[in-house]
Design a binder for this molecule. Structure first.
Ligand code: AMP
Length: 371
């Protein structure tokens, strides 16, 4: 699941369809248990929001029942207006019957008050209220609610029958309004420029997810996965792993973190095709790359750094000058062109990568703070 856009707002995944189904089933079971065996309740769904809940509920309710709807509207855009209009009501005679209201959500309780009002003079045997979602922090009415599915914080939600200005009722999962767009940074630079070191610091500072494609490959090699086997021969020689493999893997890593504030991409993209794939993939989520921040370090210094790192990193591609030179060759022929790719979008920011770790972090932060 990833975040979605409805009208001009973004919503992040909040409650899965699976959890909702479990909750609805548990509510149906409890309600059935609480009624006498021969009771035939009338379930009344409150339109529009509860049409999905009502439809799912009655199909997991194991017993005879009747179903009806009342249409009320209480929301204007994403704020509760406090005024409830009764749009159409019940025409059947409910005298002596057990009515169980099925609400999608109860927040301030204004709608609930209206419901009690509507049924006050109907001479029911009993009236019970069941709500799938409940916002305890804003409920003001002190009226009884008999069954609560899931209590949630006071944030606007959409999906599973609930809408945002008309949209989103058909979503099977429930999403929560989020104001933020992601911050996505490509941390760029030749092998040994210090991307990994800086990414570790920056991810904490900016609360971002760090994805290093090299690290993911090495993890897979260590665990002897299919992906690891595939990548190993390329990596050991300092060649790039084929685009298709790398792009699929990267997308899977991003999708593992739907709630992220954003990502630091370290070692990706490394080819123009990867950069294009990343743009397309993020655009589908209404997201994009904020900037490419590139660590600029002279090549001689890089070889020195890599050979030094090779003494302790255990990486075969760090230990042999020829393999290191091949990695630079790959970088210069396939990867360096990405500078132009991002420059063309006015998203390239070069940063001097020579200096202490703190100094370089300071320079990077100056750029990132403005993105
Ligand atoms: P790194 O840890 O970033 O230096 O990456 C080590 C090796 O992993 C590279 O030399 C490639 O063989 C492979 N690799 C990492 N990222 C990519 C990528 N975006 N495209 C292709 N190969 C990659």
């Amino acid at each position: 699941m990833s975040r979605i856009k409805l009208h001009d707002n973004y919503f992040k995944p909040f409650i899965t369809a699976h959890r909702i189904a479990e909750t609805v089933a548990a509510m149906a079971q409890q309600i059935k248990k609480d009624l006498s065996d021969d009771e035939v309740p009338v379930f009344v769904g409150i339109m529009n929001g509860s049409f999905v809940f009502t439809a799912d509920f009655i199909r997991v309710y194991e017993g005879n029942c009747e179903v009806s709807f009342v249409k009320l509207a209480s929301y204007e855009e994403d704020r509760s207006t406090g005024t409830v209009k009764r749009l159409f009501g019940l025409d059947e005679n409910l005298e002596g019957k057990t009515v169980i209201i099925l609400e999608d959500i109860i927040d301030t309780g204004t709608t609930l008050e209206e419901i009690y009002e509507i049924f006050r003079d109907k001479k029911l045997k009993q009236l019970k209220i069941a709500t799938l979602f409940f916002k305890p922090d804003v409920f003001r009415k002190g009226l009884p609610i008999d069954y609560i599915g899931i209590s949630i914080p006071d944030k606007f939600i959409v999906g599973y029958g609930l809408d945002y200005n008309g949209l989103g009722r058909n979503l099977t999962n429930v999403y929560q309004l989020t104001t933020k767009k992601m911050t996505n940074i490509v941390l760029f630079g030749p092998p040994g420029a210090g991307k990994g070191t800086q990414a570790e610091i920056l991810k904490k500072k900016y609360n971002l997810i760090h994805i290093s494609t090299g690290d993911v490959f090495r993890f897979n090699i260590k665990n002897e996965t299919e992906l690891g086997m595939l990548a190993k021969s390329y990596m050991d020689n300092g060649d790039l792993v084929p685009d298709k493999v790398t792009i699929d893997m990267l997308e899977a890593e991003v999708d593992k973190n739907p709630d992220a504030n954003g990502f630091i991409f370290d070692g990706f993209p490394r080819t123009e095709d990867q950069a294009k794939a990343l743009d397309t993939f993020l655009a589908k989520k209404e997201e994009g790359i904020n900037g490419m921040v590139a660590l600029e370090v002279p090549e001689d210094l890089l070889v020195e750094r890599l050979l030094e790192r090779g003494k302790t990193s255990g990486r075969p591609d760090d230990q042999d000058e020829e393999k290191i030179r091949n990695r630079f060759n790959e970088y210069n022929t396939k990867t360096a062109v990405l500078q132009q790719y991002y420059e063309a979008q006015s998203k390239y920011y070069g940063v001097n990568g020579v200096g202490s770790i703190d100094t370089v972090t300071g320079r990077l932060s100056e750029v990132i703070d403005k993105l």
